[in-house]
Design a protein around this ligand. Structure first.
Ligand code: VAH
Length: 310
């Protein structure tokens, strides 16, 4: 029986739904408490309504369930954050401070907090972007993730907080809907291919971005959290590469299964966000420090996405 009691904050989001499922398998359902700002239909219990900006409510839940670890997933993603910059900063930063302070006060033992390749900006080298490089993000989401990384590393170095983080690429899965990001096209395209055999893409054909099949991202998250502390040498956030492709390439992968599939292009405001991000990532530190190894390439992901969505 697990002695770990885990709270997922933002459990009903794109990552949260799949992470909750995997954590329940690893730790037992009764040891994984889900929470979000609103309850879903057919909500899996144990579940608590939680707005992460309500610190007292967070403490109430942590005490009620004797939580030892927190996975903080609640945030506004890149596209949504550009439409609500003030609220995005408040949610993404104060939500993190509330959780970091619980660990600083010794109330919880370990934190997972997701960063993103959005921490990189237009002056960052875009091919095989290294772990340590120029970072001048020009989106509110990216700025909040860069500031969050600095706080995580500071709380680790100054207060010994065991906080761990991954710079996720765009995540693609079939079990949950994407949450207002710039990479969401790579999920929508599979749904549209099956439904209408055509997709109008909001990014241009040659816009390459780092992506990853969701089960790889969930496995990386749990492998990082289960690594011995001494192996986790980076306490800002780890680069994770995944698969680098552009809309034309994912369309070609889909056509191997749906030959009649066509894609058209109508770039919108998200094109400028994508143009500020890397095209591919170097994740040698994750491989070296805690043995990270990707499993799904583009064609393997397309096969499993289409099989499960059909
Ligand atoms: C977004 N899916 O598009 C998120 C992610 C790398 C992209 O952070 O905002």
């Amino acid at each position: 029986m697990s002695t770990e009691r885990i709270l997922i904050i933002g459990s009903n989001g794109q990552i949260g739904l799949e992470l909750a499922e995997s954590l329940r398998v690893n730790y037992g359902s009764e040891n994984v408490i889900c929470s979000d700002v609103r309850k879903m239909d057919h909500q899996i219990e144990p579940f608590e309504i939680l707005d992460i900006l309500d610190k007292n409510r967070l403490l109430e839940i942590v005490n009620k369930y004797k939580i030892t670890q927190v996975y903080l997933l609640a945030a506004l993603l890149s596209a949504t954050a550009e439409k609500n910059p003030k609220f995005a900063w408040d949610l993404n930063m104060n939500g993190l401070f509330h959780v970091l302070d619980l660990a600083k006060e010794g109330i919880i033992k370990k934190i997972y907090w997701p960063s993103s390749i959005a921490v990189f900006g237009p002056t960052t080298p875009r091919l095989l972007t290294p772990q340590y490089t120029v970072m001048e993000p020009n989106t509110i989401y990216g700025i909040s993730k860069q500031a969050g990384e600095r706080y995580c590393e500071y709380y680790h170095q100054k207060y010994g907080v065991d906080v761990r983080s991954i710079r996720y690429p765009g995540l693609i899965g079939w079990k949950s809907a994407p949450g207002g990001g710039t990479t969401d096209y790579a999920v929508h395209i599979y749904h549209e291919a099956l439904k209408n055999k055509t997709y109008e893409c909001f990014l241009s054909a040659e816009t390459a971005l780092p992506m990853m099949y969701m089960p790889d991202a969930i496995r990386a998250t749990i492998e990082l959290m289960q690594s011995p502390a001494e192996k986790v040498k980076i306490r800002s956030s780890y680069n994770l590469a995944g698969i680098s492709f552009n809309p034309e390439q994912i369309a070609a992968s889909i056509r191997k299964h749906i030959p009649a599939f066509t894609i058209t292009y109508k770039p919108d405001f998200r094109q400028a966000i994508a143009d500020s991000w890397p095209q591919s990532i170097n994740d040698e530190h994750a491989s070296k420090d805690w043995g990270w190894k990707l499993e799904y390439d583009l064609d393997a992901m397309t096969q499993v996405m289409l099989d499960n969505l059909a």
